[in-house]
Design a protein around this ligand. Structure first.
Ligand code: GLC
Length: 438
């Protein structure tokens, strides 16, 4: 894709679509902090794991070198045990809670104590394939880090005998207050939580954010992790919260495949074999997540085996993950058709026909450009071009209508959460802009 440079052209002769391309580039540049990029200034003043990787994808459209730098900086937050942390703090910012002291991470660069969806290997493969000559040296350095991180997921976030990847904090899933976590979160006892003041409500309307009851439990989970010295094996095995997540499981499956392709480029045979064992287990994980009651893949509480009873947008990431089963797929496609027919600005993060659907509140209904991109990428790879295109055009329309918001109301298209959001800008540049057509 060819994009305009950031230089100014005469505003009144510039077509409208170019305005959005320029604006998206400016949003990335305005949120750069040296070698990493913020989700958006104010609300999120640090480096977030998967945000940063989508940002790298956006940068790769205009500045491939900067894209690699973004990925490299994330791994400054990689722990000795392999985990790439969900937030890399580097400094303390009074505008954010919970900051580095509350997390009490054990890595030398201050970070949070959990991880986030591992889109990195997939995006590193994208960067590498754009220019293998320039990318080789950088890939050589990143490859072992990616291997260690994936190995951490496959060992520290599975319960013995199982294969689906658990999240041990809703924040690890990247879908913070999805109804997928409600049942397991209810079992977390919030009593005795150290008193705290939320900072998110100073930036965004409370109606769009998690409730206080949820927040108490989020902080209780952080305190549990800190008190056990962030022993991730213990947290997964016996901590207060462990839910198998279709989002992180499918994203990791896809990333495993891409990591294996990178291993082949680098002729790392033993890594290719190790990844084969992960891919074998990935299929078992998909079986575990399928919920026949709702005809979709769904989260599953590892403590009691209970499935979530609602359809999240990440259910449709099975294609992206490379998982197909004809009978199941036919049912999944019917579920997708139903949801697409109700939500004019798809893809809603939660089923609009479910009683818990909330079109404004964070991951309980709103549409997110990043998930749209991942779902559509998978659908398109499996020949569901029409649906992939519908989701892409919905993403385009909603950004054209409302701007670069963090997320959008799937019914009205209104933007919500933070504005001038870097991952929305990045997805625009890499996929949703008319400039990416053809
Ligand atoms: C919220 C989102 C999470 C994202 C972070 C920064 O916590 O739920 O997915 O990484 O904000 O944008």
């Amino acid at each position: 894709m060819k994009l305009p440079s950031t230089e100014q052209t005469t505003p009144n002769v510039r077509p409208k679509k170019l305005d959005l391309d320029q604006r998206a580039i400016s949003i990335l540049r305005e949120n750069e902090w040296g070698d990493y990029t913020l989700p958006t200034k104010g609300l999120y003043p640090y480096q977030w794991n998967w945000d940063s990787m989508f940002v790298a994808l956006g940068f790769s459209e205009i500045d491939l070198d900067r894209a690699w730098t973004e990925v490299e900086s994330l791994f400054q937050g990689q722990w000795k045990n392999g985990m790439a942390a969900h937030i890399v703090f580097r400094r303390d910012s009074p505008s954010y809670f919970p900051g580095p002291k509350i997390w009490g991470g054990t890595h030398e660069v201050p970070t949070s104590g959990c991880s986030q969806p591992p889109v990195a290997a997939t995006i590193v493969r994208d960067l590498y394939e754009k220019d293998p000559v320039q990318g080789k040296k950088r890939l050589l350095d990143l490859f072992p880090r990616l291997m260690r991180w994936h190995r951490w997921f496959h060992t520290m976030r599975v319960i013995s005998g199982g294969a689906a990847i658990a999240v041990t904090h809703p924040w690890e899933s990247g879908r913070d207050n999805s109804p997928d976590w409600d049942e397991a979160l209810d079992d977390v006892d919030p009593s005795g939580v150290t008193p705290y003041t939320r900072k998110d409500l100073g930036h965004v309307d409370a109606a769009m954010r998690p409730t206080n009851a949820q927040y108490d439990r989020y902080i209780k989970l952080v305190e549990y992790g800190r008190n056990c010295g962030w022993d991730h094996a213990q947290i997964t095995r016996e901590g207060p919260f462990a839910v198998a997540d279709p989002g992180i499981t499918f994203i990791l499956m896809r990333a495993d495949r891409d990591l294996q392709a990178l291993a082949r480029y680098l002729e790392k045979e033993s890594a290719v074999h190790e990844i084969d064992t992960w891919l074998y287990r990935d299929k078992i994980a998909a079986d575990y997540l399928w919920n026949d009651d709702i005809d979709a893949y769904a989260a599953r509480n590892m403590r009691n085996g209970q499935h979530s009873d609602g359809v999240s947008s990440v259910s449709f990431l099975s294609y992206y993950a490379g998982i197909t089963k004809p009978k199941r797929d036919a049912k999944l496609q019917r579920t997708l058709n139903r949801i697409l027919s109700i939500a004019p600005y798809s893809l809603p993060s939660f089923d609009p026909e479910h009683p818990k659907f909330d079109s404004k509140r964070y991951w309980r209904g709103p549409t997110w450009a990043i998930i749209n991109y991942l779902v559509a990428r998978g659908l398109s790879e499996y020949g569901f071009e029409e649906k992939a295109n519908r989701i892409r055009l919905d993403t385009r329309r909603v950004i054209q209508k409302s701007g670069f918001y963090e997320y959008f109301d799937p019914i009205t298209g209104e933007g919500s959460g933070g504005n001038n959001f870097t991952w929305t800008a990045a997805i625009w540049l890499a996929w949703a802009s008319p400039m990416t057509d053809g």
